[in-house]
Design a protein around this ligand. Structure first.
Ligand code: ADP
Ligand code: TRP
Length: 320
């Protein structure tokens, strides 16, 4: 089974990215061949400073390797090291109906947030379809917000295969229900663009301070509380073992457990559980040549794969 996912280097990664996409993708390393890439062509739609893009690309590389990406089993690369994907994007764009792209929420949201409605932003889902179809992916682990992009990918693949014959495999999204939408400090979807996020590798003081700002209701200490309605618990449960989770749920329901204590427990847990990742990341940071070598080797593998798909697509379309 081929599993593929990508993430944009457009800022520091946060707990929503980790639980929604990174962790599910990394767990699949035991079940199939995982392709993961840093979507820096996509990031150009929002990051216009070259130095910032370089730094964020390096950060994402370190983050994935620190969180358990195993380069001996998986293929990890920078999107721009495989420029063939832009050719495939063009081949797909000629079968992509305008209406399909016009309906995309993510495009409409980005415009509403003030990004310029340029062609790159509009055709973003076609590049994403090329990323996925290039490697004949079976499964694409993502958060809920990417679901529509997967539907667009499937529509494009179906249309291409109908016109030109069976070139592309139909990919399936994998959206884990319990982490489909990880809430942020205010209870909305955690996102760097809402500034309600908790960074995966933020400094301790900042991480604790942000956790203390999580929005709760005003129930007093003594009153029993519903863990399922609590933004603090929604994050706690992602880190906790089943026993820790049951214990804390019981505390909420019994009363006498205040939100201050719950936040402190969450902050301690976040800090402690991420410690091994932080250690690994610090190690990797001292060895940039190794990280570069991993990405280069990944790109080489990816180019061999996309080369086969592209040759088939070109042949099917009469470009050979
Ligand atoms: P952001 O909203 O912070 O810009 P991205 O759109 O770059 O995050 O998301 C990268 C990946 O992480 C995608 O697969 C996305 O579905 C996932 N993801 C982001 N935020 C969340 C969240 N709050 N809950 C679950 N998954 C998320
Ligand atoms: N659009 C995705 C996001 O913003 C990133 C991405 C680009 C991606 N290409 C992909 C995800 C292919 C999965 C598969 O998070």
């Amino acid at each position: 089974m081929r599993i593929l996912s990508g993430i944009q280097p457009s800022g520091k990664l946060h707990l929503g990215n980790y639980f929604g996409m990174m962790k599910p993708a990394l767990e699949l390393q035991d079940r199939g061949e995982v392709f993961l890439f840093i979507a820096n062509y996509h990031a150009l739609t929002s990051v216009t400073e070259p130095e910032k893009l370089r730094a964020a690309t390096r950060d994402v590389a370190l983050d994935f390797l620190a969180c358990g990406l195993d380069p001996t089993r998986s293929v990890f690369f920078r999107q721009s090291d495989v420029p063939e994907v832009t050719e495939l994007t063009w081949l797909l764009s000629v079968v992509t109906p305008m209406g399909l792209l016009e309906r995309c929420h993510s495009y409409k949201d980005k415009i509403a947030r003030g990004l310029s409605p340029n062609h790159g932003l509009f055709s973003y889902p076609v590049l994403m379809a090329a990323d996925i179809l290039a490697y004949q992916s079976d499964l694409v682990p993502v958060g809920q917000d990417q679901k529509q992009h997967l539907e667009v990918t499937r529509d494009i693949a179906a249309k291409f295969n109908l016109i030109y014959g069976p070139v592309f495999k139909m990919p399936e999204p994998m959206i884990r229900e319990e982490v489909a939408v990880v809430p942020g400090l205010d209870g909305q979807k955690m996102s760097k663009s809402y500034n309600n996020h908790i960074e995966l590798f933020g400094a301790e003081k900042e991480t604790r301070a942000r956790i203390m700002r999580i929005v709760t209701d005003s129930r007093p200490l003594e009153e029993p509380k519903d863990p399922d309605q609590c933004n603090v618990f929604a994050l706690y449960r992602l880190f906790a073992s089943p026993e820790e989770r049951a214990q804390t749920e019981a505390r909420y329901r019994a009363g006498g457990y205040g939100y201050g204590a719950a936040k402190k427990a969450l902050a301690d847990m976040v800090w402690e559980r991420l410690e091994p990742f932080r250690r690994k990341r610090a190690e990797l940071e001292r060895d940039p040549a190794y990280v570069e070598e991993v990405l280069r080797a990944g790109a080489k593998r990816a180019r061999a794969e996309i080369g086969r798909t592209l040759a088939a697509a070109r042949r099917a379309m009469g470009l050979d």
